[in-house]
Design a protein around this ligand. Structure first.
Ligand code: PLP
Length: 446
């Protein structure tokens, strides 16, 4: 219950509407009033510390209150906080575009900035649609997407989201695209293992693309990890197959790496690590290491040149956001990229990834699956035979409550308890994180 000295929380209850929150839950467990954040820890007003196990919704890479990122931000602040980005440009954005192009796979040459992940996706979808119109193929107006896919929650992004929980109430106004059965390795219908299979589950996608190539503008996927679906992980061979088919049929391949880029899976970009060449690459979340909202949609010269011509031809891309390429955000992003690429930083993740894997073995005794891709790990809790626990039992939410008692801030997706810590977490802290989470799960399932 809310104690009297927590008047701020009462004021919060009066006027604040939080994202993805059933506010009735706050009657018994109000939001935590965080006042400071340092490294991988959040500190509330009473001085209690919580490990930020999910990197503040998957955005934080280098920990909170980082001296270098703070400095990059304040140095830029002294010069200029914000200017519009049409008819004006600035050094932080130019530098950032340069670096993103240099660091991403060859072929991605142009960078369009916006300010959150959903809009990075919207931009990719709109560019793809307009490209086909400019090319005289205006029948190409559909996108294929995975049934476990998540690409943000604006109506456009929702139209390519496969998850009922996000789209259900809005179904009637969503343009209809093409949902496709995607990889589900834990419940593999072919009875195979993700480590050794040949992505046999690509079959429905191959069929869908083949049958609809005339009308398909593109296909959008979350490479390797379908995050919001419950950290569903699948092998890169699926993406290789996707690339082969997309290239042969003339379908844009849109990679939404918003959650998985910038070191999360152990490499800077999934596409780069696996020699994949998407037509569009959507980035956000880690791009400013959790400091400021920023996103980027990268694409090819081929796409860009279809929009290039005399003004009267009206081929320009008419899409704008007030805070596109905000200089403060770009400055922090530039520093983030420096930190990711210097001193073998990505190499330093290897022992941490190994610790995550080793420590994850303790979950093997539970009904469910422990899975891991780089610095992302998850435990899916189920009954016997991989059957889901009843929805109303809210197993994941109970694990979250146990975590709060033990100094872990988690936020399970349904009954999937997952870990996306800031990349600077130490090996000892990884052990504490997983051991504590194990205790929490035991306390709930006992
Ligand atoms: C978070 C996320 C988005 C949406 O980003 P927002 O900044 O929350 O709009 C889109 N795609 C993926 C894969 C994400 O994880």
């Amino acid at each position: 219950m809310i104690s009297e000295n927590q008047s701020e929380l009462i004021r919060d209850l009066h006027h604040v509407w939080h994202p993805c929150t059933q506010h009735k839950d706050y009657e018994t467990t109000p939001p935590i009033l965080i006042e400071r954040a340092e490294g991988i820890y959040l500190q509330d007003r009473q001085g209690n510390r919580y490990m930020d196990v999910i990197a503040s919704w998957w955005v934080n890479l280098f920990g909170h209150n980082h001296p270098r990122l703070n400095k990059a931000l304040t140095q830029q602040l002294e010069k200029m906080a914000h200017v519009m980005f049409a008819g004006i440009t600035h050094q932080p954005a130019i530098d950032l575009a340069d670096s993103l192009v240099a660091l991403s796979p060859s072929g991605l040459e142009k960078v369009f900035f916006s300010d959150n992940g959903s809009t990075a996706v919207e931009v990719a979808l709109k560019m793809s649609l307009q490209y086909w119109q400019e090319k005289g193929e205006s029948q190409k107006v559909q996108f294929a997407y995975l049934k476990g896919g998540y690409h943000g929650e604006t109506l456009g992004a929702l139209s390519v989201c496969g998850l009922e929980i996000f789209r259900g109430k809005f179904e009637k106004v969503l343009p209809s695209h093409l949902p496709v059965e995607g990889p589900d390795c834990f419940r593999c219908p072919y009875g195979l293992q993700r480590e050794s299979c040949n992505a046999e589950c690509f079959e429905p996608m191959e069929k869908a693309l083949g049958e609809n190539s005339d009308t398909l503008a593109g296909v959008i996927v979350e490479p390797l990890v379908q995050g919001a679906a419950g950290m569903m992980m699948y092998p890169p061979i699926y993406l290789k197959k996707l690339q082969t088919v997309c290239e042969s049929l003339g379908i844009h391949m849109i990679f939404d790496e918003i959650a998985v880029a910038f070191g999360r899976t152990g490499s800077l970009f999934v596409c780069g690590a696996h020699d994949l060449r998407p037509t569009f690459l959507c980035l956000s979340k880690g791009i400013t290491s959790g400091y400021l909202p920023l996103s980027a949609t990268l694409t090819t010269d081929e796409i860009y040149s279809a929009f290039y011509g005399e003004y009267d031809d009206m081929k320009l891309f008419i899409h704008s956001h007030s805070y596109s390429a905000n200089p403060l955000a770009c400055a922090v992003a530039n520093e983030t990229l420096k930190m990711l690429t210097e001193n073998n930083f990505l190499e330093s993740l290897k022992p941490k990834i190994a610790t995550l894997k080793e420590c994850g073995k303790q979950f093997e005794g539970l009904n469910g699956e422990f899975r891991q891709t780089g610095m992302i790990a998850a435990v899916e809790l189920v009954k016997n035979n991989k059957e889901r626990h009843p929805f109303e039992k809210r197993i994941g939410y109970q694990v979250f409550l146990e975590g709060l008692k033990r100094g872990l801030f988690m936020r399970p997706l349904g009954d999937v308890v997952y870990f996306i810590p800031p990349l600077v977490i130490s090996e000892a802290e990884i052990e504490t994180m997983l051991n504590t989470a194990h205790d929490c799960i035991n306390a709930v399932l006992r």
